[in-house]
Each structure stands twice: as structure tokens, then as C-alpha cells.
Design a binder for this molecule. Structure first.
Ligand SMILES: C[S@@+](CC[C@H](N)C(=O)[O-])C[C@H]1O[C@@H](n2cnc3c(N)ncnc32)[C@H](O)[C@@H]1O
Length: 279
């Protein structure tokens, strides 16, 4: 006979869910803190505002003039504004007001009248089932505590026959290098949770009820001081990050290309773009 859950069991369960709620609240506060500071510098960085990268996303989902698009965790609006030049309507949702302020300003500057912006949570999208033909997200999955829950929400608000796209930096296939990369990113941006290797990103698609994703790749190439110039690590962590990159140029501990050129540290973050058609 199975053991009955007594009062103690219920209390332990209650404590666990309270702890989980507290972790989520703390994490959300970290996200808003980081991206309020990063809003302008992140959104205007050349790697983030790069039109060629935006075109790659547009091509990956075959966006056209009859489509409606939702960009989840849209940040400063680069991806929404790029899609808006092609599709009927593009919507961005994000939890950080400062990022949305930047997005609205960019849309105004470009005189786009087919965009809208919502403040909200990626895990509970305030839209009806099947509300959009295309649902995308870029550089957000490494900030999510539960990326699969977000992907399921993206699938829910995508119309059958529509497309779902996830673009994010990915880690090395070597788990130790992946862990070191995530440790360094956690120092650089305390709201970082975990960048995934391609195989894990790929496995999320069937788990969310999608067919196997078609995968494309591109690279974010930059110099470390540019990256640190738009980052807000805790005091003292900037120098630890510099040391980790310099060590990685010798021993590849981060599992990404890092090259020293005099006082410059050049690096490449590899990006995977996964797209599938919603059944
Ligand atoms: C690295 S930025 C990427 C912005 C944009 N997607 C881009 O590629 O330019 C990450 C964004 O995710 C947002 N974000 C993180 N977690 C979120 C969540 N749970 N719900 C909504 N937005 C979230 C942050 O506010 C931030 O604007």
C-alpha cells in the first residue's frame, strides 16, 4: 500500500513552491535591473542592430506581407522593426519597461505604423491561442529559468501552419567548456541563466510539440572591451572576465574562438537559429 501524503508532505510541497516563486521573483528583478541599465547600449550595439542577422531570421521563417509576427522578449525592438518592413503587423513583448521605451522610440524614428508593444512575461503570454502566424525570440533563452515553458507558450500563440523561431548563442559540445562559458556570462550579466548546446536547443522543439527544427548558424564577432562597455557586472568582476578570456585564448576553456591582438581580445559568440512549422 502506498504511503499517504500527511500534513508534513503538504507543508514541504508548499515550502518548495514558495521557494520557487521567490527564485522567480528574484530572477525577474535581476532581469529588469540589468536590462534597464543595458537598454540603450545593448540595443544599439552593432552586433545586435546588424541588418544581415535580421534578414537571416526573416528568411528562416519565410516572412511575407500577409503575416503577423510576435517577438517574445523583444528588448529594444530591433527584430520587430526589421520584420515590420516585411509583414502586415509585428508585435513585441518584453518585461523591461526601459527596453520597450527604446523600442517605441526606434519605431517612431523609422515611422513604422504596423507595430505594437506590450509589457509582459514570456511564460504567460497575454494572447489567444493561434493569435500570430510567426512567433520568434532572439537572445532570450539563456535568460529563462524554464526555456521549454516559454517555447510551449510560443507554440500556443502560433497559428497551426505558422512558424516558430528561436535564435540564441550556443555553447560548446564539451560540457566543461559550456559550464565555464555560462559561469563567465553569469559574471558579465548576473541575469544570465544558462546558454544551451545546440543539441539541447534542438531537443526543446519536439518536447514543445514541434517537428524537428531546421538549424542555421551565424556569429557575433566583437572585441571584449566593446562587450564589457555595455555590461554591468558586479564590482571587480570585469577584471575576472578579462582574465578568463585571456586564459581561453591559450586553452579554449570557454569553447568559443578567442584571439589576442596586442591589447585587444577578439571573440566570437556562435549563434544558432532554429525554426519549425507548427503542426
Ligand atoms: C539580451 S535581450 C534580447 C533582446 C532582443 N530579443 C534582441 O535580440 O535584440 C533579452 C531581453 O529579454 C527580456 N526578458 C528576459 N526574461 C524575460 C521574461 N521572462 N519575459 C519577458 N521578457 C524577458 C529582457 O527584458 C531583455 O529585454
Amino acid at each position: 500500500m502506498g504511503r499517504r501524503a500527511g500534513k508534513g508532505g503538504i507543508e514541504v510541497k508548499g515550502l518548495r513552491s514558495e521557494k520557487k516563486n521567490m527564485e522567480t521573483t528574484n530572477h525577474q528583478a535581476l532581469i529588469v535591473d540589468q536590462f534597464s541599465k543595458q537598454a540603450i547600449a545593448f540595443s544599439t550595439a552593432k552586433t545586435i542592430a546588424d541588418a544581415t542577422a535580421h534578414q537571416l531570421l526573416i528568411d528562416a521563417v519565410g516572412a511575407g506581407p500577409d503575416d503577423t509576427v510576435l517577438d517574445v522578449a523583444c528588448g529594444g525592438g530591433n527584430v520587430v522593426c526589421a520584420f515590420a518592413g516585411i509583414v502586415r503587423h509585428a508585435t513585441g513583448i518584453d518585461m523591461t519597461p526601459a527596453m520597450l521605451d527604446h523600442a517605441r522610440a526606434m519605431a517612431r524614428e523609422r515611422k513604422l505604423d504596423n507595430v505594437s508593444w506590450d509589457q509582459g512575461q514570456a511564460t504567460a503570454l497575454p494572447y489567444a491561442d493561434g493569435a500570430f502566424i510567426i512567433v520568434v525570440t532572439r537572445f532570450s533563452f539563456h535568460h529563462f529559468i524554464d526555456p521549454l515553458a516559454v517555447l510551449r507558450e510560443m507554440v500556443r500563440v502560433c497559428a497551426p501552419g505558422g512558424r516558430v523561431l528561436v535564435a540564441d548563442m550556443h555553447t560548446s559540445t564539451d560540457p566543461a567548456k559550456g559550464a565555464e562559458f555560462n559561469r563567465m556570462e553569469g559574471l558579465r550579466d548576473p541575469s544570465h541563466v544558462r546558454a544551451l548546446p545546440v543539441a539541447e536547443l534542438e531537443a526543446l522543439f519536439p518536447a514543445a510539440g514541434l517537428p524537428e527544427a531546421k538549424i542555421r548558424f551565424y556569429e557575433l564577432r566583437d572585441e571584449l572591451e566593446n562587450l564589457l562597455g555595455r555590461s554591468f557586472p558586479n564590482p571587480g568582476d570585469g577584471d575576472r572576465i578579462r582574465e578568463i578570456f585571456r586564459s581561453s585564448a591559450r586553452d579554449d576553456r570557454l569553447g568559443i574562438p578567442v584571439r589576442l591582438e596586442g591589447s585587444h581580445v577578439n571573440y566570437v559568440y556562435p549563434v544558432a537559429v532554429l525554426a519549425a512549422t507548427r503542426p
